[in-house]
Design a protein around this ligand. Structure first.
Ligand SMILES: Nc1ncnc2c1ncn2[C@@H]1O[C@H](COP(=O)(O)OP(=O)(O)OP(=O)(O)O)[C@@H](O)[C@H]1O
Ligand SMILES: [Mg+2]
Length: 1012
């Protein structure tokens, strides 16, 4: 069946006549924009739901639309089984041996059969191998296996991190996110709690809020410790202990501790972050299909994982701007148990409800499939715009679905429930009643097209491991393949990494002049055995649409290994400016050689005191503290040796150091109990202690990869530095940029004369309100270097630092001149690409509509001609009669015209016109030539339309991948010196493993602080 390859339009299948059990000669297209009102797919087991949804995902991928898939059964992994060459040896490693046995065939025979079946199936649906290849290359396909290291691991830790955009101004959204997170966590320990009523939920939520407000990340250990000893005294009006007595809190802490104690825990905290942007797009902005394989998880773990994913999706979605085009898909393959009717309320239900309500505006299409339609909350589905209803087994199921459909129906869409009810009872496999509220014509019957992916059924974890090996390697997760998960899995005949792209990718197919077929006929003998009964009557044609060009991001380099892995896939953390793993646009300290071109925004990625991750020994850890100024000589250790994990340090609260551990090490050289005499003209600033000893130690362990098994106490030191902080304001009307950024410098060891290389001393800026004129607690003070007490020098450097910032401060903004879109100062390249892709997609979709409309007019003329011809031949009535019967089950011509003006209408009428033609041909004795002429013209229009649409797509795809840059520089008047003088930087001087070390106690806020 020829179909038209049209952007934004999905090729789903063909119409179906249930009375003859035959396909009707009319292609069914689905407008991807309709998916933004979500789709529900129901039908009994084996009815073809998963196949249909895989078709949908394949079409989405061809249009560079990303997808996240929740795959409880492991079926969607089949999306990675695409073999453009369709050779038996491609299929061989993946066939189901049980199926072969059942078919009474040896594996080799069975494999040949399967390959043949896919070849024939695809041919009969007009799909050429090149289309498979294009799809394979169009996206990166990944299988995540939370809680297992078979596929890609996914880490939940990132979800517990303090929001980078800060707390204030986003309170409502963050509270909602916390609600979801805590609900998910509670689900993981098997508790279903009410966010408002249950004290567990209230307590843990407050722990989150408390930490996030302070810009502090949490991990599970933190949460457990704080459940035991909450960092606040009151909850509401009650004391914490009254609200939730300590004994009970300990019980909760123990339950949470079981999560960490479980052997599988490590797999929950290693891996990529569950970050929706990252799951949707590669670093280059290419679409990804991220499949969450969760077949191996317990119910509680699944619930936790899904809730977390949905909550992350919601949070990300809210950061988007509105759109009318489809942006991404969330597909939940078997939603049974996760979206039940009231009063049942599993943790997944609320976020799903929210998604169904809100996702439309943001272009996220939710697709829910289930074989248990009795278990759906139809009230929640009243927003669903598309329903695919396959065969249902029981009356009860049928009635439930029809009830739901009725509730979702609008006044205009001509829903005849009785009619649908009749249809549902007699559906063949892969045939669905398609009800789309956007098609005012009412429901039609559609038979899903042959899927490009090899639908072999659920893959085992070992098979997933094989598929994901290249991506795991790219991420540095090299796990030996042979490593024991039971029976070794045969490696694919073609190794995953070296699978060749077929040498001869066929050029876009020009349809050979199709042999006129009198009517739909049984297969010719060249036709392969026709296993699927519903397809067997169908004559395969050689005509096939030219494969589409994926939209948006440029296609990956040709050497993409099997499994869709882009060789250049960059594991997180992705280099600065590319990814958002780090706070928005943080800037690492420029190396001296790069100076003075320190153009990027002035936020160091880490506090300058922190050592690089590669630091290997505790001694190295000190180096960055500038040993000259702050010597940390080994000194005899006094005091206790405390085991970590014991009581939280008193000095655990940010900003305050309520007590000093007196058993700490003796003083390092150059420190005394009182600050030395200071020049009164120079102001002093004490920076707050933002990192508790606990956190500092944990950070130290993480970075150095050592265990601090003994802790000999810690003391607070204040290191003196020249502290300068400047606020830079960028104002630009054209790009609507109104951005305040801060630059901070900590210069230790300031001498009397030499040049200060400011770029080397960039530090984390701080909100001036958090700086104090008084120390935050008892501490020891470093000796002032000579420069700091030299008033004249201090004054001179004031002008110097301002000058430095004036020369260095540049704000680079991404720009697309065709779309006239500027990025925000916080966008990295991928963020910006995602933005312009979506805008370009909207523009493209509008142009697609306009283009098809133009062709529709021409088709009208051809239609008229044909009708007139038929009328002249006095056969019109007969023809119409023959079509009428089909129309009972499809959509009558009159009703169909209600869909007019939509691209899908124009595309499908192209094939529809052929039906007149075939009928006419039979009767058009004497007028064959004329009929053939019209047919020719229609054929020609179709080709023209397809070319025109391709041009539109290519044009916008090019625009969507064009990123320019605009540089903004501040005026001198827009640079303000906010803080200048002697700064006291808090540092923990601690004894770990009987060694004294310096640990940072100050780190900046998480996000750029807008200057007040
Ligand atoms: N689009 C398709 N192309 C080719 N074969 C298909 C297609 N859809 C379904 N099939 C065949 O039908 C079988 C059953 O279909 P599918 O797995 O989609 O059913 P299902 O409704 O998802 O069943 P369940 O509820 O058990 O998951 C598939 O294994 C496959 O062999
Ligand atoms: Mg299924």
């Amino acid at each position: 069946m020829p179909f038209i390859e049209a952007p934004t339009t999905f090729y789903m299948g063909r119409r179906y006549d249930p009375s003859t059990h035959r396909l009707v000669d009319e292609v069914v297209y689905y407008d991807s924009r309709d998916l933004t009102t979500h789709a529900v797919v129901v039908g009994m087991t084996g009815s073809g739901k998963t196949g249909l949804c895989i078709d949908l995902l394949e079409e989405a991928v061809l249009d560079n639309i990303p997808a996240i898939v929740i795959d409880p059964k492991g079926d969607i992994t089949n999306l990675l089984l695409t073999f453009p060459n369709l050779r038996p040896e491609d299929f061989a490693p993946w066939i189901n041996l049980d199926d072969a046995r059942r078919a009474g065939l040896d594996p080799a025979e069975y494999t040949r059969d399967v390959a043949q079946q896919w070849r024939d199936g695809l041919t009969s649906w007009g799909i050429v191998p090149q289309r498979i290849q294009v799809m394979k290359n169009a996206a990166q396909f990944s299988i995540y296996t939370p809680g297992s290291d078979a596929g890609l691991p996914v880490s939940i830790l990132d979800s517990l991190r303090a929001p980078r955009e800060g707390w204030f101004g986003y309170e409502e959204a963050h509270r909602e996110r916390i609600r979801g997170l805590v609900t998910a966590l509670m689900a993981l320990i098997g508790r279903q709690v009410d966010p408002v009523k249950d004290r567990e939920h209230v307590l843990v939520s407050n722990i989150f809020e408390n930490a996030w407000k302070a810009g502090l990340d949490l991990n599970l250990e933190d949460i457990i410790l704080q459940v035991q000893k909450p960092p606040f005294a009151k909850l509401g009006v009650f004391d914490v202990d009254t609200f939730f007595p300590e004994k009970d809190r300990n019980k909760l802490a123990l339950e949470l501790n079981n999560i960490i104690a479980a052997p599988s825990f490590q797999s929950w905290i290693t891996g990529e972050p569950m970050d929706v942007k990252h799951l949707f797009y590669t670093a280059e902005g290419r679409a990804r299909v991220s499949i969450f394989y969760i077949a191996h998880l317990s119910d509680a773990e699944r619930s936790f994982m899904i809730t977390l994913l949905l909550e992350n999706m919601l949070a990300w979605m809210r950061s988007l701007s509105g759109t009318t085009s489809l942006r991404g898909i969330l597909y939940f393959d078997e939603v049974f148990g996760h979206f039940p009717p009231a009063p049942r309320n599993p943790p997944t239900k609320e976020p799903l409800l929210q998604l169904l309500k809100q996702a439309r505006a943001f272009g996220i299409g939710v697709v829910l499939a289930t074989q248990n339609p009795g278990d759906l909350d139809y009230k929640g589905l009243s927003n669903a715009g598309t329903w695919f209803i396959g065969k249902l087994q029981t009356e009860n199921d049928k009635n439930r679905v029809l009830g739901g459909l009725q509730a979702a129906a609008t006044a205009t869409n001509n829903l005849n429930v009785d009619n649908i009810s009749k249809l549902i009872s007699s559906l063949d496999p892969r045939v669905f009643v398609l009800h789309n509220v956007h098609d005012e014509g009412g429901p039609i019957l559609v038979h899903s097209r042959w899927s490009m992916s090899y639908l072999r059924g659920p893959l085992t974890r070992q098979q997933v491991r094989v598929l994901m090996e290249p991506q795991r390697r790219a991420l540095g997760l090299s796990a030996p393949l042979s490593g024991g998960m039971g029976t070794p899995m045969p490696m694919p005949a073609v190794s995953a990494a070296s699978a060749p792209i077929p040498a001869a990718v066929p050029p876009p197919t020009q349809p050979p002049a199709p042999t006129p077929q009198p009517t739909v006929q049984p297969p010719a003998q060249t036709q392969p055995p026709p296993p699927p009964a519903t397809d067997s009557h169908y004559v395969p044609r050689t005509f096939a649409a030219a494969p589409p060009t994926p939209f948006g991001a440029p296609p990956p380099p040709p050497d993409v290994p099997e499994g869709g892995v882009a060789p250049k896939f960059t594991p997180p953390p992705i280099p600065e400016g590319v990814d958002d793993i780090n706070p928005p646009t943080p800037v690492a300290k420029p190396a001296p050689s790069e100076l003075p071109a320190a153009s990027p925004p002035p936020l160091p990625a880490e506090d300058q005191g922190l050592p690089p991750v590669s630091a290997a020994t505790p001694a190295d850890y000190e180096v960055l503290f500038d040993n000259n100024a702050y010597p940390a000589h080994p000194v005899p250790v006094e005091g206790s040796t405390e085991f970590l994990g014991g009581p939280v340090q008193a000095a655990g609260q940010p900003g305050r150091t309520s007590g000093l551990t007196q058993q700490g090490p003796s003083l390092p050289e150059g420190y005394s109990q009182k600050p030395s005499a200071l020049p009164s003209s120079t102001p002093q600033f004490y920076l707050p202690t933002l990192i508790s000893t606990q956190q500092a130690i944990r950070e130290y362990e993480k970075r150095l990869g050592v265990d601090a098994s003994t802790f000999g106490g810690a003391q607070l030191l204040y290191r003196p530095v020249l502290l300068a902080q400047l606020a830079v304001r960028y104002l630009d009307r054209k790009s609507s940029v109104e951005e305040d950024q801060r630059w901070a410098f900590h210069v230790p060891n300031l001498d009397k004369a030499s040049l200060v290389r400011w770029g080397e001393y960039q530090a984390t800026p701080i909100d001036p309100n958090q700086v104090s004129g008084e120390p935050f607690g008892e501490a020891y003070y470093g000796t002032l270097p000579p420069g700091l007490t030299d008033t004249k020098r201090m004054t001179a450097l004031k002008a110097d630092v301002t000058d430095y910032v004036y020369r260095s401060a540049t704000l680079v903004i991404f720009y697309n001149s065709t779309l006239d879109i500027y990025g925000s100062p916080h966008d990295n390249r991928r963020d910006f690409m995602i933005k312009i892709q979506q805008k370009a997609r909207e523009a493209r979709d509008a142009e697609i509509d306009a283009t098809t409309k133009k062709y529709d007019k021409e088709l009208d003329k051809l239609d008229d001609k044909l009708r007139k011809l038929l009328r002249d031949l006095n056969t019109d009535k007969a023809v119409l009669d023959s079509l009428k019967r089909e129309d009972l089950y499809t959509t009558g011509e009159a009703v169909l015209s209600l869909m007019r003006g939509r691209t899908t209408y124009t595309l499908s009428r192209m094939s529809r016109t052929r039906r007149y033609k075939t009928a006419a041909q039979e009767r058009a004795v004497g007028a064959e030539a004329e009929v053939a002429d019209i047919e020719e013209q229609i054929q020609q229009r179709q080709q023209e339309l397809q070319n025109a649409l391709k041009d539109v797509n290519d044009k916008w795809a090019k625009i969507a991948s064009t990123v320019e840059e605009v540089k903004l520089t501040p005026y001198k008047k827009d640079i303000t010196l906010e803080i200048y003088g002697i700064g006291w930087v808090p540092t923990w001087y601690a004894v770990l493993n009987n060694q004294p070390v310096m640990l940072p106690a100050f780190s900046g806020t998480k996000a750029p602080t807008p200057a007040a």
